[in-house]
Design a protein around this ligand. Structure first.
Ligand code: SAM
Length: 218
């Protein structure tokens, strides 16, 4: 069961989480503000409610997880979100990362391959008044009908960068994707240059659930 209250205690716990993320090196004030606003405890099962503002990943069903707040903040910071950015997220999951992007003013399309999570998050977003184009499908193919995108964020670990995602980026666009094996993945920032070439910057190491699909793990 999902809870629906946002109490003073929850708000206080969020403030402490923001402080912790700042201490861990997150510097983008817009990201920190969004983390301070989005009620993470409402995105997870009530059983975990009292742990919602620990910097930890939690199960959300179907063998999947809501990412650790630090990971969400880290990836979002790399995206350099600007109001009105057209953003594609691969791996909607609980919708928490999506809500952070919406809070920051993104026009969001988000794809989830697990039907149960897609249905649950779609109805939760309706209830919460979060507006996004939520799609059920294989995000490793991107979303050609909604492309091109200013930014793309992948929230599952890929064996390689799917070419379709690079193709669906605008010139000047940014793709953030964890790439590696089934144990650890390195976060990559890909930037599409004016001449269409790609700059690829490898960053820190993380551990994600696998990106499963046509241009990912089979
Ligand atoms: N962004 C999510 C959140 O805030 O809760 C994190 C979800 S979890 C770390 C990654 C998600 O990616 C899972 O829900 C999984 O089902 C989904 N996924 C894996 N492969 C996918 C694919 N090819 N297309 C769409 N979603 C995929």
């Amino acid at each position: 069961m999902l809870s629906d209250k946002d109490t003073y205690k929850d708000k206080g716990a969020r403030r402490l989480l923001v402080k912790e993320l700042r201490e861990k090196g997150i510097v983008d004030e817009h990201v920190l503000q969004a983390i301070g606003k989005v009620p993470r405890h409402l995105f997870i099962h009530n059983d975990f409610r009292h742990h919602a503002y620990l910097d930890k990943a939690f199960p959300i069903g179907e063998g999947q997880t809501i990412s650790q707040p630090y990971t969400v903040a880290y990836q979002t910071q790399l995206l350099h979100v600007e109001k009105g950015d057209c953003i594609l997220e691969i791996g909607t999951g609980s919708g928490y990362q999506a809500a952070i992007l919406i809070e920051m003013g993104a026009k969001l399309t988000s794809i989830e391959r697990q039907e149960k999570l897609f249905v649950k998050t779609s109805s939760f977003f309706k209830k919460m008044g979060y507006h996004a184009n939520l799609i059920l499908g294989d995000g490793s193919n991107g979303s050609p009908e909604n492309a091109p995108f200013d930014k793309i964020i992948v929230t599952a670990g890929a064996p390689k960068v799917p070419e379709s995602l690079v193709n669906q980026l605008k010139i000047g666009g940014i793709l953030i994707i964890p790439v590696g094996d089934n144990k650890t993945q390195t976060m990559h920032t890909l930037i599409k240059k004016t001449d269409g070439s790609i700059e690829d910057i490898a960053m820190d190491v993380f551990r994600f659930v696998p990106l499963i699909g046509n241009q990912a793990w089979q």
